[in-house]
Write a protein that binds this ligand. Structure first.
Ligand SMILES: [Cu+2]
Length: 386
């Protein structure tokens, strides 16, 4: 079989797996009894809670998950899949993200352009990534909330070579489409302990992003761009996660762990490293319409397995071209601290409108480098709940 055929079959297989996984989510979701999955399984726990609430003259509420009427009913805008919806609720979100990377780092040490140019013919000097993200959430029933997300990505990377000449490469287009099902696990609430909500995140990322972006470089016109400039992973990725959120009076908080697990290798013959994200946040509601937040985001991502054989890594004279074409200079870990504002507008024709912004910078980053380091990230979003 020629390679064109193999790629085509792999593509069909990947899309097939994606559809199958989504179908399973939908199928199970439809059949499940409506309610949180662990409801009724925690009788002993519920009894204890109920008794302590009764002792304080309070009533225990089980299964109260979502209140749209708070500005902090949604996590800071950089967090996704943080809440579930009640049956029949629909939400539309537009998010804009801007990320800026500047200067290189190896491990936790900064390295200069000249340091990188000792070993490579070219060094990246900075990179801007922008994303427009359109997503919808829908409360299929009181157990399952469905989510779909369509990203449009724009990347631009500046470089310098040994002769001091500078050049920029760009790539843009649709990224990897994500489909998810959020499963309500449990929620309980009393006035004195606040509300505590748990849900399971399951999802798939489909290989819709271009993994063969091309642009003009000093190596030649229409050259294949290296890994960081690509718009998707090229593989079907599984997105498991667990989310906890709490609210008491004017304070809310949350904790979320999400993974991205790549399945198989993509059409270019490589596999991006798996990644893990942990978010923890706290928010304070200053008035009915405004809350501010602080968030820690820990992420770790691994190096690329195998490699793209169409991507040149060395010049004819043997000198390595650029660190971004090396599969061992892609991984890293980072802790970001972000501050955010959520604003809730008065209801218009039964629609809740949320406007949110969030921005932050790393306080720790350890990169398998030399690799460009994150400088800041910025998020803005508009959410409509109906
Ligand atoms: Cu939502």
């Amino acid at each position: 079989m020629d390679t064109g055929n193999v790629k085509w079959i792999t593509g069909v297989r990947n899309i097939g797996i994606g559809l199958l996984v989504c179908g399973v989510f939908l199928g199970i979701g439809m059949k499940k009894a409506e309610g949180a999955l662990l409801e009724g399984l925690l009788d002993g726990f519920e009894e204890t809670l109920g008794e302590s609430a009764a002792a304080k003259g309070e009533r225990l509420i089980i299964g109260n998950f979502y209140q749209a009427e708070r500005p902090d009913s949604h996590a800071p805008i950089g967090v996704m899949q943080d809440h579930t919806h009640n049956k029949g609720e629909f939400m539309f979100t537009y998010r804009y993200m801007r990320m800026f990377m500047n200067k290189n780092r190896d491990g936790t040490d900064n390295v200069s352009d000249n340091d990188v140019l000792q070993d490579f013919a070219v060094t990246p000097t900075e990179m801007t990534t922008q994303m427009h993200m359109f997503s919808t959430m829908y409360g299929l029933n009181d157990t399952v909330t469905l989510m779909a997300m369509f990203p449009y990505i724009m990347k631009s990377m500046d470089h310098k070579n040994r002769a001091g000449a500078k050049f920029t490469t760009k790539s843009s287009g649709i990224g990897d489409i994500k489909l998810a099902a959020l499963w309500r696990l449990y929620a309980f609430e009393t006035p004195s302990i606040g509300a505590h909500r748990f849900h399971l995140n399951t999802g798939v990322s489909l290989p819709s992003g271009d993994i063969k972006p091309r642009d003009n470089t000093p190596l030649g016109n229409d050259s294949l761009l290296p890994y960081p400039m690509r718009l998707g992973s090229g593989t079907v990725d599984i997105l498991p996660g667990l989310t906890y959120g709490g609210v008491k009076n004017d304070v809310s908080w949350g904790l979320q762990a999400l993974g991205t697990v790549r399945i198989g290798h993509n059409q270019q013959g490589y596999k991006e490293g798996n990644r893990y994200d942990v978010n923890s946040w706290g928010a304070y509601r200053w008035a009915d319409w405004i809350s501010t937040s602080a968030r820690f985001n820990w992420k770790q991502w691994f190096n690329i397995k195998r490699r793209d054989r169409q991507l040149a890594t060395n010049l004819p004279n043997g000198v390595p071209i650029v660190p971004t074409a090396e599969t061992t200079f892609e991984g890293g870990k980072r802790l970001d601290l972000l501050g955010g504002i959520n604003i809730l507008f008065p209801e218009i024709r039964g629609l809740e409108n949320h406007l949110s912004v969030e921005a932050g910078a790393p306080i720790y980053q350890d990169l398998d480098g030399p690799q460009l380091k994150q400088s800041y990230s910025f998020w803005a979003g508009w959410q409509i709940v109906m």
